[in-house]
Design a protein around this ligand. Structure first.
Ligand SMILES: [Zn+2]
Ligand SMILES: [Zn+2]
Length: 244
């Protein structure tokens, strides 16, 4: 991926990316997300692409949560596992370095892969197309995710990137942190590390809560961490728009 991913993904409104985030998911996208959630996401090749892309782009990451929540009555096991793994990478990326810390952390925050729903593997197109229309109709329901976002809002709102929200918060999403680290100035690395460690901890608890031994041990802040992870990895516009 290009060295300046923030510019590459066309984050700024004039590129049209923000408008694209607003568009409802197309049938093809819902099919693809449902197919991944049904188990295809466990394939080693998909795991490599997800880790390399820091999950999915914000449109498809939030779409994945929405489709999973609507098809599984609010349960989001597979997204929780995906972002638990991605946040292991995030914790490593922000580790302290003795030399050239800013530029090395900025480099390690870059994605090496495009989103696997934006650029699907050719071999999977026929399998994705076979997902039944009934699943697509059910997967389109945004209400379960909207309810989760509303119920956990008090937990995830303080994690929003100040550059995404254009407010005075010093916290940054991955893309804006990488951009800040490339220019002189205080990027508040200690704060950013605290945020990433906090998200990682809650994601781990949430992912584990699907195992029989820990069932039901997740709390609202653990569930909020899934939204926090999507916002941190790809930006916060889509989540804020979900709540209108
Ligand atoms: Zn995508
Ligand atoms: Zn941001």
């Amino acid at each position: 991926m290009a060295t300046d991913e923030l510019a590459h993904t066309g984050y700024l409104a004039h590129t049209g990316y923000v408008d694209r985030v607003r568009q409802p998911l197309a049938d093809r996208e819902i099919r693809h997300l449902a197919w991944l959630g049904a188990g295809a996401i466990d394939e080693p090749q998909a795991q490599v692409r997800l880790l390399g892309a820091w999950g999915m782009c914000q449109r498809h990451a939030l779409g994945f949560l929405a489709v999973e929540a609507s098809l599984n009555e609010g349960w989001m096991f597979r997204p929780a596992v995906v972002y638990d793994n991605v946040f292991d990478r995030a914790v490593r990326a922000l580790a302290a370095r003795r030399l050239f810390e800013r530029s090395r952390i900025a480099a390690s925050l870059q994605a090496e892969e495009p989103c696997l729903v934006c650029e699907p593997d050719d071999a999977h197109r026929a399998l994705v197309a076979a997902v039944p229309a009934e699943i697509v109709a059910r997967g389109r329901d945004l209400e379960p995710l909207r309810r989760l976002a509303l119920d956990t809002r008090a937990h995830w709102e303080p994690w929003i990137c100040g550059a995404c929200a254009r407010n005075d918060s010093l916290l940054r999403c991955r893309l804006h942190l990488a951009a800040d680290l490339r220019v002189p100035g205080d990027s508040g690395l200690a704060e950013q590390r605290r945020l990433v460690a906090q998200l990682s901890r809650h994601l781990r608890t949430y992912a584990r809560s699907f195992g029989w031994a820990n069932q039901g041990l997740d709390t609202p802040v653990d569930r909020a961490a899934l939204l926090g992870a999507v916002g941190w990895c790809g930006g916060w516009q889509a989540i804020r728009q979900l709540l209108g």
